[in-house]
Design a protein around this ligand. Sequence first.
Ligand SMILES: Nc1ncnc2c1ncn2[C@@H]1O[C@H](COP(=O)(O)OP(=O)(O)OP(=O)(O)O)[C@@H](O)[C@H]1O
Length: 711
Amino acid sequence: VLRSLQLSPQNSLFFPCPPLVALWGGELTRAVFLLLLLLLCANGLSGARVFGAVQSILVLCLHLPTYVTLLHALGWAAEEEMWGWHSWERMFQGYLVMMVSWIYWTQYVQSLLVSLSLSVSSVWRPRSSKQEPKKKATSPLRRLMSFMRPHFGCFLAVMLLVGLSSFCEMAVPMYTGQVTEWIQNKGTPDAFTEAITIIAIMTAVSAVMEFIGDLMYIVTMSNVHSTVQGDVFQAVLKQEIAFFDRTPTGDLVSRITTDTNIMSEALSERLSLLMWYTFRMLFVFFFMVKQSWKLSLLTSMGLPVIWVLPKFTAHLRERISVKIQDALAKANQVATETFSCIKTVKSFANEDGETKRYERCMEDLYALNKIEAAAYAGTTSANSMTTLIMKVSILYYGSMLVTRGTVSSGELVSFILYELQFASALDALMHSYPEVKKAVGGSEKIFEYLERKPQIPPEGTLAPKSLKGYVQFQNVKFAYSSDIDNVILKGVTLEMKPGQITALVGLNRSGKSTCVKLLERFYQPQGGQILLDGEPLDSYKDAYLRQKISVVSQDCALFARSVRENIKYGCPDVSDEDMYRAARLASAHNFIMGLSKGYDTDAGEKGGQLSGGQKQRIAIARALIRQPTILVLDNATSDLDSENEQQVYQALLSERVNNCSVLLISTKMSVVERADHIIVLHDGVVEAEGRHHQLLESSQLYAQLVKKEMQ
Ligand SMILES: Nc1ncnc2c1ncn2[C@@H]1O[C@H](COP(=O)(O)OP(=O)(O)OP(=O)(O)O)[C@@H](O)[C@H]1O
């Protein structure tokens, strides 16, 4: 309606009041009218939406009068803006400003206000003493930053260098504009030489700073990478055994190697780009405002539209990245499992089956990669489109300003050069931002491991100088899972006296090894307690227990290192004499000396270069070298022939190493019968106990076991 009145200085008789008042009056009326309309239609809209609409109406109606008043107050010419408000150009501008402000509001200001109000309320809200403090989920980025904190000085220096280099680089277009004006106006040669010299110096300084900054950054980031990888490895090692029972090895390896690599590669490359281009953008913007604030305003209006896009796609890519890494871990697991069971795979001729399984994982990965590629391509083309539109708008508006004489042609040249830099910086930022987000997304699982607290009670503090080795199980109950039908120990009460050989016998799967695992504190009993020298097992230090209790089990694993390193595993400072003594006690010295390189012979992966019996004797030597107070032999000689087995037990049991307590678990009753005390385990409880000849009479099960072996 107002437009149809064709308001202009010529027909201002419609508004006898001053034009500024008329402008405010008109726009306020429009605002009131639109607000009333909103009130009528707001039924059912949420508070946030109504608030957003009110904000949009106020921006739409009041931005022009505010702008004109500001120009007026600064004493700048505001005539054109004051009278031109009804034109199509101004109307289009009004809606454009409103849209931009709406994007700013919904995407940036609102979330900023929410986080501000949250932090203020968390400071001011009195926390009742009864209230449990909520566990704050730390963002992966913040957790990553904690790794960078020790290198704060380096990062500060890099920032300074980046800042300096960007400033020098970004000052060049300004002097290029001066050179253009010099050519146009045929200026003095001195001015030209001066501008060119400054350009050359600025470029050289920028290049040197960039080189030093890059070098420092890459070195620091590789340091951060090693720390993260080392810490993840350590954190995983600290987990309880049940965690390893649940988590496939391939998964763990994938997290420690692949995931940390992806994260650090993306971070070292992309984060550096993000930093460089942020600085560049800041300086470019500074110089752009210096050239023409009006053109800069136009440029910044396009910014939120360009920023919103990567925000959405970054979120999408972050989610896909987590899925991709899960799929990769799954594929790794399949490969690890196949290669570690290669003999089974081959003997069942299931190579094709395993290949198909691996291919299925690859297909899943391929599907996810396609989605990621589509998200990437979509972002790139949308970004190019928006930057192109921005460039055209700037050229159009810039040429109008040159025609009006508001900016010189040199300034426009500089501005366009800056705008190009700005666009490329923005483009790089938009590519780097999702990549950094992707890396951060991928790092979530890594931090999950890093922050996971082992689900075992904290270790105790006891580490007495002398330990007798008196073990008591008092009504111990245990199950590996929460399934009540699967209770392994239903109330085991037993004793291991110091210096004695105690044997634990029973049918297969009766829970003998489980008792050992509980004694090693690998799992926690769900009922009853285990005492060592009268003190609860949990009150001892972990390292102390590992030193005092040595276990040799049937599936003793050796490492792909020399025999010497395997025997000295965990105590590398022990003398060679002690190593030979332990090896002799384990009846291993003679065969080791017969190996091609003696104690320096490589055992191969999992001890694959040695026979089962040789591996077991090395494992016994490894246990004895610590001079334990309690020695547990859990089917430790199952792979030895009877002659060698007798030899080992003769040495171990008759010499009674360091007078230590021995817990013997064996199916060979001829060995068991030599024990001082024999415990028969059946159906999760101790069925009988005593010496060999007593049990033959008192325990049917024991008599059966002896009979079975004799048969
Ligand atoms: N890590 C585990 N997770 C779940 N169940 C387990 C685990 N280790 C052992 N079990 C189960 O606990 C039961 C007791 O096993 P355990 O090895 O203690 O018996 P055992 O008497 O030593 O048997 P064997 O004489 O055959 O070595 C078995 O049914 C076994 O399958």
